[in-house]
Design a protein around this ligand. Structure first.
Ligand SMILES: *[C@@H]1O[C@H](CO)[C@@H](O)[C@H](O)[C@H]1NC(C)=O
Ligand SMILES: *[C@@H]1O[C@H](CO)[C@@H](O)[C@H](O)[C@H]1NC(C)=O
Length: 501
């Protein structure tokens, strides 16, 4: 009676306590939990003492879950109709029948699932019920190694996989971003739970694929600068948990369409600089600096242009080309360009604790005036002077003859920097005094087609146009003579007669 009572009690409690009041314990199981890899086979060891060889006995494996017992496997001589195997285990579990004589009542389980984790009972029923608990653990392993970089405004996948890639449908999955109290995405009880989601990610994130493929990757759409940071992918099976992290960096570039800008003096120039992709700088700091200057040439901060910070040489001369701060156009408009504006400019944007920069060079040119030429005569030598003002950078000066051939005589070149940085160039050419051809002084910037030209004739020579003039007068005289001869011959003749007769 007592035995029976004990048996019933044991059966009801199913080994909340191990029940063996009679001497040697007939069931032996390992003390430590058994660990199984998901998807693989595992043996839950259970050994019966020789006195109760398993063959003649009834062996049952139970599982306690959700407050009730289910039968994993039962080995009985006479099958009772009451014994219905849990569906989850049909075709997945077996005993080693050949080994049972030796008391081996171990359970082999194939294709272990995360949900298999828990307490199992190995029970033998002879004249009594003897049970022992075996704990099965199914650890979760993740593969999350890559850091990812997203271009602002695009979509990005944050990769996270189960290792091995088995179904994660039954698991709880949480994507969390460092510094945020609520989750980026929470998947629980086979559904994505949106109640707890951080508002910044609402309707912007989803799971990349079917969780049945073991892929826990998260997609973030329309990536923002604020999305940058450390993300943790954590999964929880029955009791086993695991997590891994990755860093998402968000890139935005500053681009200058040209590396060098060219401007003529006194003109206005635009120094190009764009955010790629285009993003609002309304709440950012935008700064233009020139190499060598301590204060900026332009500064926009706290939603206003900080005129008082501008370098005095640039006061009232700089502004952003675009009024709209949301277009990503940070091009600088520089008015009334001076020679001293030449140099390297850097455009920079600071937002969310990050600064990006781009640089370009500004080159300034100034087309100078028409050269002035003078002649300085000395006995046996003529010195020609050619002077031209207002050039930048230093121009080229050459002396040529009218026919374009170079003058090979000795010349000297001098240059002088004017107060505004422009250059005056002067050249002296010494020639022999009998030189009678036109001499040209040509000044031009290197690489430019525009030329400033003046010419001069050596007054001591016989200027060709004077020779032409003489020829012309002679021709007119001859012409007059011929006309007079033809038309007024008679009259003249009569005049002569009157005079001399
Ligand atoms: C039971 O038999 C299996 C298969 O031969 C063996 O792997 C296992 O170790 C045995 N278990 C015990 C407790 O003897
Ligand atoms: C983790 O995932 C990467 C990329 O999918 C793969 O190349 C790598 O072999 C995986 N590592 C492990 C340990 O599974």
């Amino acid at each position: 009676m007592e035995k029976l009572l004990n048996a019933i009690l044991c059966f009801l409690l199913l080994m909340a306590v191990d029940c063996w009041p009679f001497g040697e314990d007939p069931v032996t199981v390992p003390n430590a939990p058994v660990t199984a890899l998901v998807g693989e086979s595992v043996i839950l060891p259970c050994h019966l003492s020789a006195e109760i060889s398993a063959v003649e006995k009834e062996v049952r494996w139970y599982r306690f879950r959700n407050n009730k017992f289910s039968i994993v496997l039962s080995y009985v001589t006479k099958k009772s109709t009451l014994e219905i195997q849990d569906e989850e285990y049909s075709d997945r579990v077996n005993l080693f029948i050949q080994e049972m004589e030796k008391g081996n009542a171990s359970l082999q389980m194939k294709n272990t699932a995360f949900s298999d984790e828990g307490e199992y009972k190995c029970c033998v029923i002879s004249d009594n019920l003897h049970c022992k608990n075996v704990k099965l653990l199914v650890p979760v392993s993740l593969n999350i190694t890559e850091n990812v970089n997203a271009i602002l405004g695009t979509s990005i996948i944050l990769p996270c996989y189960l290792d091995p890639k088995v179904s994660a449908e039954d698991l709880e999955l949480r994507w969390q971003k460092d510094g945020l109290a609520t989750s980026v995405l929470l998947y629980k009880n086979t559904k994505v739970v949106t109640e707890e989601q951080h508002e910044d990610y609402r309707e912007r994130v989803y799971l990349y694929t079917d969780l049945r493929k073991g892929d826990l990757s998260l997609v973030i759409e329309d990536v923002r600068i604020a999305d940058e940071g450390k993300y943790t992918c954590s999964v929880k099976a029955v009791t086993q948990e695991n997590e891994g992290s990755l860093y998402l960096s968000v890139s935005v570039k500053l681009k200058t369409s040209e590396s060098t800008c060219l401007s003529e003096i006194n003109k206005n120039v635009i120094l190009p600089c764009h955010l790629d992709p285009a993003v609002s700088v309304l709440d950012s700091e935008v700064k233009w600096e020139k190499k060598g200057l301590t204060s900026p040439v332009f500064l926009y901060t706290n939603r206003r242009v900080a005129l008082e910070e501008h370098h005095e040489q640039y006061k009232e001369r700089t502004q952003l080309n675009s009024e709209d701060k949301r277009t990503g156009d940070l091009s600088l408009s520089l008015k009334n360009v001076k020679v001293t504006d030449e140099g390297r400019y850097t455009c920079s944007v600071k937002a969310h604790g990050r600064e990006i920069q781009a640089s370009l060079d500004l080159s300034v040119t100034a087309q100078g005036g028409k050269p002035a030429m003078t002649v300085d005569e000395e006995p046996g030598n003529v010195k020609l002077k050619c002077i031209s003002r207002g050039w930048y950078p230093k121009p080229q000066l050459k002396w040529t003859r009218e026919d374009g051939s170079a003058v090979t005589e000795y010349s000297e070149l001098f240059e002088e920097v004017e107060h505004d940085g422009r250059i005056t160039i002067t050249s002296y050419l010494s020639i022999r005094d009998q030189y009678d051809q036109k001499i040209l002084c040509i000044v031009q910037l290197s690489g430019s087609k525009e030329r400033a030209v003046s010419s001069i004739i050596n007054s001591r020579g016989r200027p060709q146009h004077f020779a032409h003039l003489v020829a012309l007068i002679c021709m007119i005289l001859v012409l007059c003579y011929i006309i007079m001869c033809k038309k007024g011959y008679a009259q003249i003749k009569s005049m002569f007669f009157e005079l001399f007769t």
